[in-house]
Design a protein around this ligand. Structure first.
Ligand code: ZN
Length: 159
């Protein structure tokens, strides 16, 4: 009886696994870096240069700091294009998080940011930002790197 129940659960788990179409990747912790980005330079470009120099292809990104200006946006799901907006207010980076995967063979950071200025909040997908001061954690994920490619369903480059 006990074995029948265990077998039933095992078969159920196998079937559940087979019908699940969600993609997942497993990694082990790699190197961990703490970066202080240069004042006056672009946040995303500095990060890309660092990833290239250290040969990081998959990572978790987190950060705080302040920006002089930024270009952020959101993805218009119906029109299938990004809507960008530039902010010239000197703002706090209240939250910055993202990941790194491969796109066209290169390390590609995908970053979202929450900026705070004079009790107002701006948030979205980060395209660029002129750094005032910024501290970033880059946690490398060791394993086979996910690779982005065009996804018909969303119009996005997903892994
Ligand atoms: Zn995004």
């Amino acid at each position: 009886m006990y074995f029948r129940i265990v077998n039933c659960i095992a078969i159920h788990l196998i079937l559940s696994y087979q019908v699940c179409s969600m993609k997942s990747f497993e990694f082990t912790a790699g190197r961990t870096f703490l970066l202080r980005l240069d004042h006056g330079k672009d946040l995303v470009e500095q990060l890309k240069d660092f990833l290239k120099e250290k040969e990081v292809r998959t990572a978790f990104i987190s950060g705080i700091g302040a920006v002089i200006s930024a270009e952020i946006g959101y993805y218009d799901q119906k029109r299938r294009e990004y809507v960008k907006k530039r902010f010239d207010e000197r703002s706090e980076i209240l939250s910055l998080s993202g990941n790194v995967s491969l796109f066209e063979g290169k390390a590609f950071p995908h970053i979202h940011i929450v900026l705070g200025y004079d009790n107002r909040i701006y948030a979205g997908h980060l395209f660029s930002a002129e750094v005032f001061a910024c501290e970033l954690f880059v946690v490398e994920l060791a394993g086979i790197p996910p690779e982005r490619s065009f996804d018909e369903e969303t119009g996005l480059n997903l892994w």
